[in-house]
Design a protein around this ligand. Structure first.
Ligand SMILES: Nc1nc2c(c(=O)[nH]1)N[C@H]1C(S)=C(S)[C@@H](COP(=O)(O)OP(=O)(O)OC[C@H]3O[C@@H](n4cnc5c(=O)[nH]c(N)nc54)[C@H](O)[C@@H]3O)O[C@H]1N2
Ligand SMILES: Nc1nc2c(c(=O)[nH]1)N[C@H]1C(S)=C(S)[C@@H](COP(=O)(O)OP(=O)(O)OC[C@H]3O[C@@H](n4cnc5c(=O)[nH]c(N)nc54)[C@H](O)[C@@H]3O)O[C@H]1N2
Ligand SMILES: [Mo]
Length: 776
């Protein structure tokens, strides 16, 4: 009989839980008592630790096993795997790395983007970067899928890191007391506030929005989707075309200028280049005023409604919310730049409950309550990368397709290296990257692909060497998220699954074969590292006068709320407003750059020196909409973290005939001839996928919405345009950079067509393991 295991505390990106098991061995997941809004995603931990999807031991694709680097790389995903010993696996990886090194370390791609799991030490990204740096370096990636356009833009115009800028907002109480109106572009989805990178000690979305509702703040939601704003805010819904936000912002600014509502004192004192922008908005130069009628032609929002909104925004203190999603689109930089220009014209920047909230509805970004931890939590040192080549992360397919090709990024002219080996740990590009059919083809270029995975994701299936990693429930660690205020012990509650190992131990084994084990481990085992990193945290805290408990006391205790240990922070834009000369921004002018000489100097025709409207290749106002009349939005899933735990109970309960749900407007459903529960095929020239219908009046007409993260499941792996049968939107999204500036992902610019699927519904294959051959 199985022993009942005691409750063990652990941390995940979506919350803290106690894990234990009953007398039948069933895993039980209890949210911590201090979290009054626990995320249901945690329930999926129970069913997924030991499922069909786990990888049991090291695996090598058959053709690779037989022919090594001379293997036919077209066979990835098509051949069975051969189960091998750890020693043999380490040997194979070491051999492949050495062969790649002979071509130059820049032929190793270790960008390895992905969320992996919470935990300061076992964080897969830190592990792989440290390993590859010890190994002589690799081509890295910069920025995130989340926020790339803003990450590059915001330092130019506000002199702040974009995440920092997002965290520097008024507290809930200050918003409730001082703000009269919030205009959200892209909503503020409570669904997305379940999650923070590295841990979430406590959720506060509901209480935040309750306070805003009670304060009677007027809320406007400019979005193609209604229900990304909490229902009790009674938001007025402005049903814009997707990707038309910049046109609306310019139209609003035009009204402010035309009606003398611009806060001139603010723009004169705190901004540079508002005059250049104003000329553009008024059509001086190009003869096209960006007035409300012009904005209507792009957004299909009534011109009078735009004018009225501009007057309301000017009349009382107003906050502009920008979700991350509005910059994950063609010319995504402009939504943030035009939003900040509009906020500057209104003049509420740096005032309580005014200005811009970046990352509205993203984890805790807009609810940090002035409690940004004043010290850094220990993390695995990564060392210096001896290779200087890098790519903006979403250009991975371009890189593989075009070795030696030139590209621009943030004022630089760069060259794509020739990649021989890909090492991916803690991410799932075959869910997260746009236009997966294109990636699938490009993926055949490198000679070797190595991944460590917990599960048989599509990325694992398309690799040559697959090394099974433990899940975070199977190891000891501690958590402290970058957008959170908690430190949480992570206690091991389960034994490692079969032959799975910690990423750290896997890398140590390979480092030994390559002769740099001591450099990689510094003589510490995993337990010693965890204790060491906690010690670093203690020291960093002590330097700012904060005393943390001893490791032993911490590790046996509850999560620690750090907020009471430090005081409120005054924010950069508040200090700037108080004294722009004494506290200048870290921009070339020291002011808000509505015109940026630096960006203008880059000479990009798709990102000039001031915010502007650029015609989109894919949106409902473009010529392509005649062929593909629906705009597909692929947003974040309520029931999981990206592709993580898609096989878990919370995600599975949301599926329709096993497929990911897609929502569409009732009139569109009628036109297509579908109803709730039907299966549809969504397609364009890049690919097609199946999904299950939910009819909803929360969607604007001609807009479809599906969450990301359904495990990518090809009907026929031999077909380069195979139907994806599970509902992964990246079967059809466009893989194009936001602009020459940031080269960020543009997943939200995607036109498609849709039809009822009437064929026989193929069963999913992605939740059953691939064929595995065992040697005698
Ligand atoms: N169309 C479209 N695409 C999108 C988006 C969108 O809005 N629309 N959003 C984008 C955004 S914002 C993001 S952040 C990305 C997310 O993309 P990813 O971060 O790649 O997605 P995850 O599903 O979190 O993948 C993490 C993987 O790491 C594995 N893993 C977890 N812990 C460990 C560990 O300890 N060791 C190892 N070896 N592996 C581990 C998990 O099993 C999982 O397969 O998706 C992007 N893709
Ligand atoms: N539960 C859960 N929460 C998560 C995540 C998760 O996987 N699961 N992922 C986390 C991550 S990594 C990130 S980066 C953040 C992402 O946070 P966001 O990028 O803000 O979230 P999304 O859900 O992609 O988009 C929010 C909404 O924006 C609207 N929208 C899309 N395009 C447009 C547009 O052109 N104009 C306007 N006005 N609105 C538009 C859509 O209605 C969409 O539902 O979420 C985080 N939160
Ligand atoms: Mo993200």
């Amino acid at each position: 009989m199985t022993r009942i295991t005691p409750k063990r505390l652990t941390a995940t990106h979506w919350g803290n839980y106690f894990i234990h098991s009953d007398e039948n061995g069933a895993i039980i997941v209890d949210p911590v008592p201090n979290d009054s809004e626990p995320s249901p995603i945690g329930q999926s931990l129970a069913s997924t630790q030991d499922s069909n999807c786990r990888i049991s031991q090291p695996m090598v694709r058959k053709g690779y096993y037989e022919n090594r680097r001379a293997s036919d790389t077209q066979q990835r995903g098509k051949e069975p795997f051969i189960a091998v010993s750890w020693d043999e696996a380490h040997e194979l990886v070491a051999e492949a790395i050495q062969a790649a090194q002979a071509k130059g370390n820049n032929s190793i791609y270790g960008g390895s983007y992905g969320w992996a799991s919470a935990g300061r030490f076992h964080h897969a990204q830190s592990q792989v970067h440290r390993f590859l740096r010890c190994c002589g370096g690799y081509t890295d990636s910069v920025d995130t899928y989340s926020y790339a356009a803003a990450e590059v833009l915001i330092p130019h115009i506000l002199g702040l890191n974009a995440f920092q800028a997002g965290m520097e907002v008024s507290t809930t109480e200050e918003v409730a007391a001082h703000c009269k109106r919030i205009v959200y572009f892209g909503g503020a989805a409570t669904r997305n506030m379940q999650v923070n990178p590295g841990g979430t000690g406590q959720h506060d979305a509901r209480s935040h929005f309750n306070a805003i509702a009670e304060a009677g703040i007027d809320v406007v939601n400019v979005s193609p989707m209604r229900d990304d704003v909490a229902g009790n805010l009674n938001a007025r819904w402005i049903q814009c075309r997707p990707n038309s936000d910049v046109a609306i912002m310019l139209g609003l600014t035009h009204t402010l200028i035309q009606e003398g509502l611009v806060d001139k004192a603010f723009v004169d004192k705190y901004c540079v280049g508002f005059d250049v922008f104003s000329d553009y908005v008024m059509g001086i130069g190009d003869g096209q005023p960006k007035d409300a009628e012009w904005a209507q032609s792009k957004s299909e929002i009534d011109a009078e409604e735009i004018r009225k909104l501009a007057r309301l925004m000017a009349a009382e203190r107003c906050m502009i919310g920008l979700s991350f999603s509005v910059q994950r689109a063609e010319h995504g930089e402009q939504t943030y730049w035009a939003g900040i220009a509009l906020a500057s014209a209104l003049g509420y920047i740096g005032l309580l409950g005014g200005g811009v909230v970046m990352g509205a509805g993203v984890g805790k970004m807009s609810t940090m309550q002035r409690r940004i931890i004043p010290f850094s939590v220990g993390s695995l040192p990564q060392g210096k990368n001896a290779v200087s080549d890098y790519i903006p992360l979403a250009r991975v397919t371009d890189m593989l397709e075009n070795p030696g090709g030139a590209f621009t990024y943030n004022g630089q002219h760069l060259i794509y290296p020739d990649i021989d080996l890909i090492y991916w740990v803690g991410g799932n590009p075959f869910h997260h990257h746009q236009d997966i059919n294109r990636l699938r083809k490009a993926w055949t270029c490198p000679k070797t692909i190595v991944t460590h995975e917990i599960n048989w994701t599509t990325t694992a299936r398309l690799a040559d060497i697959v090394l099974p990693s433990t899940s975070h429930l199977e190891r000891e660690d501690f958590a402290g998220g970058s957008l959170d205020n908690w430190l949480t012990p992570m206690r091991q509650s389960l034994k490692p699954y079969l032959d799975a190992r910690n990423d750290y131990d896997i890398f140590s084994g390979i480092a030994e074969k390559l002769g740099f084990k001591d450099q990689f481990t510094e003589g510490r085992d995993a337990a010693q590292w965890v204790k060491h990193l906690y010690g670093v945290t203690q020291q960093n805290a002590k330097a700012v006068g904060i005393t943390l408990p001893s490791y032993e006391e911490f590790n046996d205790g509850p999560p620690i709320d750090l907020r009471p240990m430090f005081s409120d922070s005054k924010q950069t834009l508040e200090r700037f407003r108080e004294d722009p000369v004494g506290n200048p921004l870290n921009t070339p002018s020291g002011k808000i750059e509505i015109f940026s000489e630096t960006i203008a100097g880059f000479g990009y025709d798709d990102c000039v020196g001031h915010p502007a409207w650029y015609e989109k290749v894919e949106y409902l106002g473009s010529p392509l909409a005649k062929t593909f009349p629906y705009h597909l939005l692929s947003n974040q899933p309520a029931t999981r973290l990206h592709s993580q735990l898609d096989h878990g109970i919370t995600s599975q309960l949301s599926k329709i005939q096993d497929r990911e749900p897609i929502r569409l407007n009732p009139d569109d459903a009628m036109e297509i001839g579908v109803t709730d529960g039907d299966i549809v095929r969504v397609f364009n020239n890049r690919g097609s996928f199946l999904a299950g219908v939910i009819v909803s009046d929360a969607l604007r007409r001609n807009v479809l919405q599906i969450a990301t993260g359904a495990w990518y499941d090809m009907l026929d792996v031999h077909d380069p345009m195979s139907l994806e049968i599970h509902g992964n939107p990246n079967a059809v999204t466009n893989d194009v950079g936001t602009s020459s500036l940031a080269q960020g992902p543009s997943a939200n610019s995607c036109l498609v067509d849709i039809e009822k699927f009437t064929g026989e519904l193929p069963p999913l294959t992605v939740f059953t393991p691939p064929e595995i051959l065992y040697k005698q």
